[in-house]
Design a protein around this ligand. Structure first.
Ligand SMILES: CCCCC/C=C/C(=O)SCCNC(=O)CCNC(=O)[C@H](O)C(C)(C)COP(=O)(O)OP(=O)(O)OC[C@H]1O[C@@H](n2cnc3c(N)ncnc32)[C@H](O)[C@@H]1OP(=O)(O)O
Ligand SMILES: NC(=O)C1=CN([C@@H]2O[C@H](COP(=O)(O)OP(=O)(O)OC[C@H]3O[C@@H](n4cnc5c(N)ncnc54)[C@H](OP(=O)(O)O)[C@@H]3O)[C@@H](O)[C@H]2O)C=CC1
Length: 274
């Protein structure tokens, strides 16, 4: 077991898409927990900003420019992390691309753009991290999905299909690698305040209102709340948890289970009862 104030002390994590949003928050949390963090993504500047923020807070961090779609570049980058830091204890598959488009209008290129980042990129990184994790006999892989991996979502067929694939990959490899010390889990955030999601999914005030109305807790998540849940799954408190999904969504997806009856109407139906 590890020191509860520094659960990641002596450990090394790679966080994809660590230059922004949820990825930056998870990287920062890992750094604050005593771990070394390598953040990667396509744009150098935001990655360097994350790494500098972690270092300014007393942590250790590197920034590596990497496109997760490029399997060879991913293999090289992970081998370099292992050479430089000696080990890889955690991988957070957070990088994603998304936009709203009706299925019948989505071009093959648009489908590929999202599948390549979310599904293929996650496999490339997981495969590359496993080279080190299986060798050292320990490791934790956490993939960021969304609840539409199991219930679907109109307008994001590419992302829903990709996240469903990531969930199936997680469950499959969790069993394959369980007796070799490597755990794989997913986290499914609900609507979370990030520039990426805001621009891609709720840029218009009306769509933002619809999103808020879909959450029983009637608010979005802060990135820190998602990072805290991610930290739990990555550290030894979760040592016996593998192949699972932790949903952190203010009740959003369960709230859909009222057979299409708006909650306000459900409450009205009980008005004449005690
Ligand atoms: C509803 C709440 C649930 C929330 C759950 C999930 C949330 C998230 O995932 S939030 C993460 C959001 N963050 C991002 O999306 C940031 C990264 N995004 C991107 O990099 C781009 O948006 C990308 C996914 C389009 C990929 O960029 P790139 O590879 O540079 O792609 P291109 O611009 O070259 O386009 C490729 C292909 O896709 C078509 N396309 C792009 N945008 C749209 C659009 N808005 N609508 C329809 N089609 C789009 C584009 O036309 C290209 O296709 P072809 O023309 O057929 O080549
Ligand atoms: N925010 C939300 O409401 C929700 C988010 N999620 C999931 O959370 C995760 C983070 O999303 P969020 O923080 O909101 O969005 P952001 O847009 O802030 O983050 C996406 C990150 O992915 C990186 N990225 C995109 N394409 C690639 C690529 N080809 N190679 C490497 N990195 C790439 C981007 O960096 P760069 O462009 O520099 O490459 C960026 O840092 C995603 O998996 C998303 O699906 C799930 C449910 C809800």
């Amino acid at each position: 077991m590890t020191d509860s104030a520094s659960p990641f002390s002596g450990r090394v994590a790679v966080v994809t898409g660590g230059g922004s949003g949820i990825g930056r928050a998870v990287a920062t949390r890992y750094g604050a927990g005593g771990g070394t963090v390598v953040v990667c993504g396509r744009r150098r500047e935001p990655l360097q900003e994350t790494a500098e923020q972690i270092r300014a807070a007393g942590g250790r961090a590197d920034a590596v420019v990497l496109d997760v779609r490029d399997a060879d570049a991913v293999a090289t980058a992970f081998a370099t992390v292992r050479e430089r830091h000696g080990r890889i204890d955690a991988l957070v598959n957070n990088a994603a691309g998304n936009f709203v488009c009706p299925g019948e209008k989505l071009s093959p290129g648009g489908w590929r753009a999202v599948i390549d980042i979310v599904l293929n990129g996650t496999f490339h990184c997981t495969r590359a991290a496993a080279d080190t994790m299986l060798g050292q006999g320990s490791g934790s892989v956490l993939s960021v999905i969304a609840s539409y991996a199991w219930h679907g979502h109109p307008g994001t067929v590419h992302s829903a299909a990709a996240k469903a694939g990531v969930l199936a990959m997680t469950r499959t490899l969790a069993v394959e690698w369980a007796d070799r010390g490597v755990r794989l889990n997913c986290i499914a955030p609900g609507p979370t305040e990030t520039a990426g999601a805001g621009a891609a999914l709720w840029a218009e005030p009306a769509s933002r209102e619809r999103v808020l109305a879909s959450v029983p807790q009637a608010r979005t998540a802060g990135t820190g709340e998602i990072a805290e849940a991610a930290a739990f799954l990555l550290d030894d408190r979760a040592a016996y948890i593998t192949g699972e999904v932790l949903t952190v969504d203010g009740g959003q997806w369960l709230g859909k289970q009222v057979y299409g009856t708006p909650l306000a109407q459900v409450r009205e139906a009980g008005d004449d009862r005690r």
